[in-house]
Structure formats: structure tokens, C-alpha cells
Design a protein around this ligand. Sequence first.
Ligand SMILES: *[C@@H]1O[C@H](CO)[C@@H](O)[C@H](O)[C@H]1NC(C)=O
Ligand SMILES: *[C@@H]1O[C@H](CO)[C@@H](O)[C@H](O)[C@H]1NC(C)=O
Ligand SMILES: *[C@@H]1O[C@H](CO)[C@@H](O)[C@H](O)[C@H]1NC(C)=O
Ligand SMILES: *[C@@H]1O[C@H](CO)[C@@H](O)[C@H](O)[C@H]1NC(C)=O
Length: 478
Amino acid sequence: MASRRIPGDLATGLLLLFSLISTLSAVRFSPPDNHLIACGASSAADLDDGRAFLPDSGLSPPVLRSHGRQISLSNPSPDAVPLHRNARVFACPSSYAFEIKNKGIHRIRLHFYPFSTPEYDLSSARFHVLASDITLLSYFGTSSPVMKEYFINLNEGKLVISFSPADRSSFAFVNAIEVMSAPKDLILDAGRLVKPDEITEFHGLSKQALETLYRVNIGGPKVTPFNDTLWRTWVSDVEFLKLSSASKVVTYSGRIKYQRYGASREVAPDNVYNTARATSGATVPGSNYSMTWEFPVSSGYKYLVRMHFCDIASLALNQLYFNVYLNGYLAYQDFDLSDSTGQILASPYYVDFVVDVDVLELLSISIGPSNLSNPSWIRGLLNGLEIMKINNTMGSLDGKAPVILVSEDPVGRGFGAFLRSLTCGFAFMSLSVIAFMLFLRWRSESRSLMSWSRLPVDVSNGKLSKDSPVIPGKLVDF
Ligand SMILES: *[C@@H]1O[C@H](CO)[C@@H](O)[C@H](O)[C@H]1NC(C)=O
Ligand SMILES: *[C@@H]1O[C@H](CO)[C@@H](O)[C@H](O)[C@H]1NC(C)=O
Ligand SMILES: *[C@@H]1O[C@H](CO)[C@@H](O)[C@H](O)[C@H]1NC(C)=O
Ligand SMILES: *[C@@H]1O[C@H](CO)[C@@H](O)[C@H](O)[C@H]1NC(C)=O
């Protein structure tokens, strides 16, 4: 412990230097692909975290492809933060096409800040969003600001993100789009697949489309994009911690020892690993758990649960063993953090679990004491938590059915509808092809799934059924 011999002032100085170094290195990752677009804006939007979003019009090569009516709107409130000030509204299916230099996993973010102008109330929009052939959102609408984040493996030199109104009277909007290469080590291919009575391996994680649902700094304050290596936000765990017995918050001011084979600083920043919630091992009466966090999720999907650990609480190596439970299933027995980090304390490590959520609309994550631990030691610890939804077999992250844009025959819907179908006609051709491909996939999958007795007919103009084949050219019109 060399620091013991260093006078106080010097130690503080060194500490400041270390935190300065870690802050500087926090912005070191430079993604090969990095498109930051402020939709509908007429000038660049500069964010507090140092990033600049460029207006979507006038970019070369053009990214916005819209053949129908699309307008640029400005927020009436001049105090709004930069990305809240403008939006682009689409009355017809439209898309953005981004050039992808490096294939592989990319992070896509969509920003939605529904404001209202005399002409449009953005909170009344209803629409679908597709990226490549993955359904990101279906029948989406929001009355409060949301940012949606996805990870998608791209195999082509181009990414097309399409926006399409959910029905003839609706429209789509978006305020900002980010498309960024993910660091190579951010999403690995295998995870621990947790089943009721066994743990196996889940392979092919890097090929799935993922949606980030929760990103939590356990035992610590909110971490903002300014302080994160990849401009992420990590929220406090207070609202998710449901049961806890003798748990306490631990904070660490020393250096987090990132190692070559552990978590990197891009996986999670110092600010996540230097706080944790630890327990002395007392269990909540009637359970084997010392701490339980609960997260609302939708059923019918698999979830990737990434748990971040860094032993900043133990006094010595090999004095921390605990069990991890997901939805009540034993997911990791006698987890030994010293062993995982190659016998180094304060060294970050993470474990990826994959779990099915079938019935309950809830994901619970618990930590309980291991039989190997000694009652005088720390007997459980967690520093950070991320929960991501994995696409279903329909290639969708939102809804059991793929988005299929079906509509009635335009005849008999009046002149307005006819005009609109002319206005939108062009853009629909490309979307129709995607929709048709999705439909074919859905049909082949639903044939192989005997349990699909009830067909997904919650499509707005609900004309779809197994017996009514959809003809590509006629799929959509407004
Ligand atoms: C960044 O982190 C430091 C130390 O953890 C904190 O004092 C500061 O307020 C944070 N800055 C922002 C913008 O969140
Ligand atoms: C605690 O774990 C033991 C063995 O793993 C099990 O038999 C027991 O049912 C569990 N208790 C509760 C309340 O789940
Ligand atoms: C702990 O030990 C008890 C008694 O030896 C055993 O019944 C139980 O299954 C063990 N629990 C765990 C989670 O290892
Ligand atoms: C996600 O979609 C891909 C293809 O788009 C598919 O191969 C994969 O099986 C899907 N994942 C799950 C868990 O169904």
C-alpha cells in the first residue's frame, strides 16, 4: 500500500490526476461509423457532452429519402435542449439511408421529443420503424420524451431506417438519429442461458438485434453521457431495488484496474465500477436472497442481462462468494469474483445471462449468500446492470407480428385519399418489398408453429389473414 506513505496533499493530487486521466480517456473511443443527425434542423445541434448533430437536409450523400410529404418542425419553446428543438414529420413512409464503412455491430438511437405546434401535435403520431429488416417499433407513439437504443449487426454497406405512419390519418416523426459502430468487445457471442433447472450456453448473441431497456449504476448516482465512454446514461438503482436485507452502498476512490481480459472502459466507465451495493448476507425472510431488483418487461422475449461486478468491498482476495438468481432460477452458484478477475481486487468483470420471460411481465435479479462464504465477509455485491431485449423469431423487437402495411382498396375512399396515395406511392414501393419479405417469413414461421392458432391481425386495417395472400404492389397505399 504505497499510498499510505504519500502525504495527504500529494495523494489528493494524484487522485485528481487519475480522475482527470480517466475523464480524458472517456472520450477516446472513435467509432469508424458515426452518424449524428438532427432531424428537421437547419443548423448543427451542439450537445453538452461535446457531440455535434448535423441537420438531416443537405448532407452529402443525402441520407433522407422521402418521396412524400415531410416537413421540418421547430419547437415553439426556445429553451428546449438542442435535440428537442426540431423534428421531421412524415405523412408518408420515408427513410434515412446511412453509409456503413465497417460492417458489424452498430448502435442505433432514435430520439423522440413530442412537442406541439398549431399544425401538429407530435404526441398524437402513430407509426412503425424498421431498421434493415428488423421491426424496431410498431404502432409507436409517445407523449413524453423517449430515446430508444438498439444494437444491430450490419452485414451491408448501407443501413436503411424507415418510418411509416400506422394508418392513413396518422404520421411519423423523429427528432434525432445516431448510428455508431460499437466497440468490438461490447457485445460478445455467448452468454449463460438460464433455464428453470439448468444453465447452458446461448450462442449467436452478436447476431441478434438488441434493444436497451435498462442501464443502472447500482449503489451510485446517475452517470451522464458526459462521463460515459460511449455517451450512455446509467440511472440510479433506488427505484428498482425491491427487497434488501442489510445491504449498503459502497464507494471506492482508488483506481479501477481495467485488465486486458476483463471488462474494458467502453463496456462500462469508472463511475459505474466505483460504486456498488454490497450485503452482509442476511437473507430476506422466506427467501434465499439478500437483494432483489425488479424490472417491468414484456413477456414473449428473451432478455440479455449483463451484470457488472468489481470487488471494491472485500478486504482481501477470495473473500467474496455469492449466488445470482434470475426470475428465481439459480443463474450462477458460488460466483468467485477474485477467480474471474485473475486474483486482482477492484478489477471490473461482467457476466452476460440470457433468460426467457414467458408469463410474468417482470424480470427479477437477486443476489444471495453462497455456502462457501464466511459470515464475517461481504456476501454479495453488484455494481451495474444492463437489460436488453432480444428480437423474437419474427425479427421483431416490438410485437409478435411483423409490421405489414396492409390497407383497403383506395377506390371509394374519396379524392383526398386518392391524392394522398399518389403522393406516397413512390416511397411505398421499397417498403412494400420489405413488408412482403417479412410477410413471407412470418408465413413460413407461423406454419411451423402449431401453437399459433390466433393469427396476428392487430394490423390497423386488419385485412390480413393466412388465406388472403398479399400482393407486393398492392400492399400499401394511403
Ligand atoms: C462527472 O463525474 C464527476 C465525478 O464523478 C461529477 O463530479 C460530475 O458532476 C459529472 N459530470 C456530469 C456532467 O455528469
Ligand atoms: C433456498 O434454497 C434451497 C436450496 O437451494 C431450497 O431448497 C429452498 O427451497 C430455497 N428457499 C426458498 C424460500 O426459496
Ligand atoms: C447450501 O447448503 C445446503 C446444506 O448443505 C444445501 O441444502 C443447499 O442446497 C446449498 N445451497 C446452495 C445454493 O448452494
Ligand atoms: C432474431 O432475428 C434473427 C434474424 O433476423 C433470427 O435469426 C434469430 O433467431 C432471432 N432471435 C431469436 C431469439 O429468435
